[in-house]
Design a protein around this ligand. Structure first.
Ligand code: HEC
Ligand code: HEC
Length: 343
């Protein structure tokens, strides 16, 4: 089946970004000196060359990237088309590049809004690049159709810094309140000559734990602004299962492979699929399922600069896809398998 293709409308599409970004966008244009902008565009161009060019082409034109003609429909968007690209706000382009993948299978798949971008063969970079890097890419993409970024990126950073500072203050206050309550409970217990009652400070303890969590979230948000997102090492999965279950999982994996994560955008099975990564026809012979599981969940932990993005694959989805790849056991070809052109 053809993967569902949701087209952008003039309506603002759901941003998978903190809602606050939109507010910052309102003051866009007030900041940003020319030097900062040209540095940002240069940085974005480098990242674009590494992560986007094989599909979209150096100048964003149709059939310019070497992978363009190999891809299933819809082919990568013409980023040089000002008429169309100018209808997207900076935040919308950001939202496309930094989103969660959706299962586009009709009926059994995810619910997808009419105005939501959900083409599986356009990968997400949310789990691969920092927020700052993605804004730099958006700045470069803007130049491909003769525009420039107006979103206030420095303002966004300032906002995250302010949020962290506020969270830190709140954490300090609740900690003080907890300490005061503990002191009071201790004094009272001493006066009565009994053990300290933990329940007396339960409310303060709870508040303290909640605020500590908020503080952690604010720290992560600021860290992910400037540095590539980091995740815990992927544990070795237990992939043993009964044969019937394995067959069922492989079916699901096959569906997710194309309809959710668009692996076929970059990998060939048979004659179909892109050529950014190696062909996977013989993955069942060549690759160990445990390794495949760990690779697809977090490729950057094994090869930091790989062009294969971390697609934010859930544990059950990774399990199913690993099972599917294990079933790919095409006979040895007469001619050697085409090597990935972009290693
Ligand atoms: C594997 C190929 C592939 C890669 C890599 C890729 N794209 Fe795309 N891109 C696509 C496809 C396919 C579409 C969907 C075209 C359509 O809907 O007509 C698309 C669409 C887009 C759109 C238009 C979205 C919209 O709202 O209609 C933008 C902007 C874009 N890509 C930017 C990028 C950037 C920036 C990168 C690198 C960070 C990138 N793409 C990497 C394949 C790719
Ligand atoms: C944007 C392109 C892209 C997408 C999307 C992509 N890959 Fe890859 N993949 C690559 C590249 C490039 C490599 C080669 C790794 C390297 O050396 O950097 C690779 C390597 C692999 C390998 C190792 C192959 C081998 O023979 O060593 C497997 C397995 C794999 N990908 C599976 C997947 C699966 C499954 C998906 C979807 C969940 C997927 N890939 C999505 C580009 C992509």
């Amino acid at each position: 089946m053809t993967a569902a293709r949701k087209r952008a409308t003039t309506k603002i599409r759901k941003l998978l970004l903190a809602g606050a970004v939109v507010a910052v966008g309102a003051v866009a244009g007030t900041a940003g000196c020319a030097l900062f902008q040209s540095e940002q565009v240069a940085k974005g161009q480098k990242l674009y060359a590494h992560y986007c060019m094989h599909c979209h082409g150096e100048h964003g034109r149709q059939n310019e990237g070497y992978n363009w003609g190999q891809m299933p429909d819809p082919r990568p968007k013409d980023l040089s088309n000002q008429g169309e690209m100018s209808t997207f706000k900076d935040e919308e382009i950001y939202g496309t590049i930094s989103r969660d993948m959706k299962d586009t299978t009709p009926e059994v798949g995810d619910k997808i809004g009419d105005d939501e971008f959900a083409v599986p063969t356009m990968p997400t970079f949310k789990y691969t690049l920092s927020e700052e890097e993605i804004w730099a890419i958006v700045a470069y993409v803007r130049t491909l159709h003769g525009m420039s970024l107006t979103f206030n990126v420095e303002g966004r950073k300032k906002e995250l810094q302010d949020q962290l500072q506020a969270a830190q203050q709140k954490a300090d206050q609740t900690k003080q309140a907890l300490e005061a309550a503990e002191k009071k409970a201790e004094d009272e217990a001493e006066k009565k000559g009994v053990d300290v009652d933990d329940a007396a400070t339960a409310k303060e303890q709870e508040a303290n734990a909640a605020v500590a969590k908020e503080l952690e979230a604010a720290k992560t948000a600021l860290a992910n602004f400037s540095s590539k997102p980091k995740f815990a090492a992927v544990q070795r999965p237990d992939l043993t299962m009964a044969e019937a279950e394995a067959a069922k999982q492989a079916e699901t994996g096959k569906r997710l492979y194309s309809n959710k994560y668009g692996c076929n955008a970059c990998h060939q099975v048979g004659d179909a699929g892109g050529i950014v990564g190696p062909a996977l026809d013989r993955a069942g012979f060549r690759l160990n399922s445990t390794w495949v599981y760990r690779w697809i969940k977090y490729p950057q932990s094994m090869k930091p600069e790989t062009r294969m993005p971390n697609l934010g694959i859930s544990d059950p989805d990774a399990r199913a896809i690993a099972r599917y790849l294990a079933t790919l056991r095409a006979p040895k070809p007469e001619k050697p398998i085409e090597k990935a052109s972009a290693k």
